[in-house]
Ligand binder design. Structure first.
Ligand code: AMP
Length: 255
């Protein structure tokens, strides 16, 4: 992965976007939080086009680096396969590069970032250095039993361009192990296997859950009159369909 370019044409382009587009367009920055398997990716995929925002999943961005065999991918591969968190400075590097990309005009829905207190602080600093701020942290709340079931029953399309996910019980493919959309085989992600699931849940409990307190305490109004607040969206059980969850998230965003 290239470092976010400094003093290059890309840098100039980003400065122009910030100065002339963001000043008037007021981009929105929203983060979706919740345990592994809570459905952040699914919600973000549905929400982004509806709100005219880009979708940035740090997990997906890093999986792409691994697949392309980049140096960055090699550095994060092991931690990801085991279900451990990737070091903050590396995740921040890939996130900053993404946020500087030209397509981020209207703003972005962050999916899977921040995951630690340090990342939350770094994100606030970065956005504030650009004169913008996080607007809302939406928390998808599920019981641990539901999270485990979702992760272990999740199957993902092996075609990276598609990447559709299924739930073997609640949202199975029409033909076993084959993607409805593109016909590619479905796979189980390494980190959706039992030992990784345990690690990911433990990490979530210790590292990510305390972020809620951080955002609750951060209900201050920034320069642009934007108040960052944390909204809880309870996803009661695995029967609740995607549309219903999305509607709840939209209601929380407008609250
Ligand atoms: P996800 O696709 O969001 O479930 O993330 C998959 C994996 O990517 C996680 O289990 C971590 O190993 C890594 N990862 C994604 N986002 C972050 C982050 N913000 N901080 C550290 N590691 C991350």
């Amino acid at each position: 992965m290239k470092n976010p370019s400094v003093g290059t044409l890309a840098d100039l382009r980003f400065w122009l976007v910030r100065t002339f587009v963001w000043r008037f367009a007021k981009p929105r920055f929203i983060t979706l939080m919740g345990g592994p398997g809570a459905g952040k990716g699914t919600v973000a995929t549905g929400l982004a086009p509806e709100l005219g925002l880009s979708h940035a999943s740090t997990g997906a961005l890093m999986r792409k680096e691994i697949e392309e065999g980049t140096d960055f991918g090699m550095q994060v591969k092991d931690a990801m396969a085991k279900g451990n968190l990737v070091p903050d400075h590396l995740v921040m590097q890939i996130l900053e590069r993404t946020l500087r990309a030209p397509q981020i005009k209207g703003g972005v829905i962050l999916d899977g970032f921040p995951r630690t207190l340090e990342q939350a602080v770094m994100l606030d600093r970065l956005l504030s250095s650009w004169g913008v701020a996080l607007e809302k942290a939406i928390w998808l709340e599920l019981t641990e039993a539901d999270l485990i079931e979702r992760l272990s029953m999740r199957r993902t399309c092996s075609n990276k361009k598609c990447g559709r996910t299924y739930h073997l019980k609640f949202d199975p493919p029409k033909v076993a192990d084959i993607c409805d959309d593109c016909g590619s085989p479905l796979i189980q992600r390494d980190d959706d296997k039992p030992s990784s699931i345990r690690t990911r849940l433990a990490t979530y409990r210790t590292e990510s859950a305390p972020l809620r307190t951080y955002y609750q305490a951060a209900r201050k109004v920034n320069k642009r009159g934007i108040k960052c607040s944390v909204m809880k969206v309870v996803v009661p059980n695995n029967l609740m369909n995607k549309k219903q969850v999305l509607a709840k998230v939209v209601a929380a965003l407008n609250d």
